[in-house]
Design a protein around this ligand. Structure first.
Ligand code: ATP
Ligand code: MG
Length: 424
């Protein structure tokens, strides 16, 4: 036998058994963004490498070691998108969507990062994100957090996620803080790992984002950015906190939360769960007022977040919340004998027309009663319709319950659609 070709490590197939869970998550996303009046944007999966270098930052995990970068046939350096914000800003600038305008946008799709694959961390993964442009005040920061909170409510996982919040201030405040942080890190230089030593001068805030527990322990005593904020940044953060209090969203202020990308300023946040081990961040984001200008557009304030879909699906599975997700099929229509196939097709079609949301599967491939019933059972259908010569001659259809111990019943063909509606 020929050797089978395998999928690329860290890039997963989403199999039919799992796709109903994905569809449920996607449906909740669509309903939520629609309820808040956000519009969808779709951008290409491949972009110029420079786009990500200039936005995410040269000294970040993503740009230093995680990007899928390659030369195309013209020799141009291209990269599979590792996240969605840079592309959204690029598209917004290119099409004049951000110039003196407000935009509330959302996107979803695959992202690519060359990381060590493990539970909740893959090389192709999917994000849903929102990006809002043109609004500088903290009310919009609160709105995107309310939108994310609605997702948890609709998915039934509100009790299992917590919001962590911080502010990074503006560039000037961060510069002052940076000096204080470098001075602190210098005192502990010999205990820092290689990554942190390298970043301590090029991008010291990034050291706060370390996943190394020994360094996290050292950082407990590090100076806090909150103490370096000016009045405006403080007021922005306070307004956000007050709005969240007013709408009943609980949060914890985490002064060490800095996020792994360079473009953030002021508000940053993460929704985290303790139910997924170390891959606990399910949604993350913040304000990035400098990025639109940095990528060549006219300055525009911006705020957004991205949610990892795989982690949400894992969380739903871990919490055993996937059981009630609808089975594939409601009704399985059999045809007992070749001479019944056409009529059985018509009956199935009538049912689909009468009830557009009903899931009706027609048996194909012939076979005896036993075989067709086996297929009906495997389909997950609640009812099988038995259509044989006798039934057709009498203008009737037999409805056989497959999941409950109730009697099979014969109904007139005209009454079938209404009878099914009552049963389902
Ligand atoms: P982490 O700290 O877990 O590496 P990150 O800070 O790199 O996350 P972001 O770039 O902010 O993550 O992406 C937002 C969300 O996308 C994350 O919170 C997570 O849910 C998801 N995500 C990021 N990287 C991966 C990955 N490799 N596999 C699966 N999901 C991911
Ligand atoms: Mg990461």
């Amino acid at each position: 036998m020929a050797k089978q070709i395998q999928a690329i490590r860290g890039m997963n197939d989403i199999l039919p058994s799992q796709s109903p869970i994905w569809q449920k998550v996607e449906a909740v996303i669509r309903a939520s963004v629609s309820a808040y009046g956000y519009s969808e944007i779709r951008t290409p999966i491949v972009e110029s490498t420079d786009l990500f270098k200039r936005s995410i930052g040269e000294v970040t995990d993503i740009v230093e070691k995680e990007m899928y970068t390659f030369a195309d046939r013209n020799g141009d350096s291209l990269t599979l998108r590792p996240e969605g914000t840079a592309s959204t800003v690029r598209a917004g600038n290119e099409h004049g969507l951000l110039y003196n305008q407000e935009q509330r946008l959302w996107y979803t799709g695959p992202m690519f990062r060359h990381e060590r694959p493990q539970k909740g961390r893959y090389r192709q993964f999917h994000q849903f994100g929102v990006e809002v442009y043109g609004i500088a005040s903290a009310d919009i920061d609160a709105e995107v957090l309310m939108l994310s909170n609605r997702l948890w409510e609709e998915l039934g996982i509100k009790e299992h996620v917590e919001l962590e919040l911080n502010t990074l201030g503006d560039a000037e405040e961060r510069a002052k803080y940076r000096d204080a942080l470098i001075a602190f890190l210098e005192q502990h230089k010999d205990k820092l790992d290689e990554d942190s030593q390298r970043r301590m001068y090029s991008n010291p805030l990034r050291v706060l984002d370390t996943k190394n527990p020994e360094i996290q322990a050292i950082l407990v005593d590090a100076p806090e950015l909150m103490d370096y904020l000016g009045e405006e940044s403080k007021a922005h953060f306070n307004t956000l906190c007050e709005l969240l209090d007013a709408v009943g969203i609980q949060y914890k202020v985490n002064p060490r939360l800095v996020r792994g990308l360079d473009y953030y300023n002021r508000t940053v946040f993460e929704w985290v769960t303790t139910s997924l081990g170390s891959q606990g961040t399910v949604l993350a984001g913040g304000r990035y007022d400098g990025l639109v200008g940095q990528l060549g557009g006219k300055d525009s304030p911006a705020v957004g977040f991205a949610m990892g879909l795989e982690r949400i699906v894992l969380l739903l599975e871990t919490l055993e919340l996937t059981k009630d997700i609808a089975p594939e099929v409601d009704v399985y229509v059999t045809a007992m004998g070749e001479q019944c196939v056409a009529e059985a097709f018509k009956i199935a079609q009538e049912l689909r027309q009468a009830h557009p949301s009903l899931k009706v599967m027609s048996h194909c491939g012939g076979g005896n009663f036993k075989k067709q019933m086996k297929r009906a059972d495997k389909s997950g259908a609640k009812f099988a319709l038995i259509i044989g010569e006798n039934e057709l001659n009498n203008n009737q259809v037999a409805i056989k319950p497959l999941r409950e111990k109730t009697e099979q019943q014969l109904v007139a063909r005209e009454a079938l659609a209404s009878q099914i509606a009552e049963l389902i």
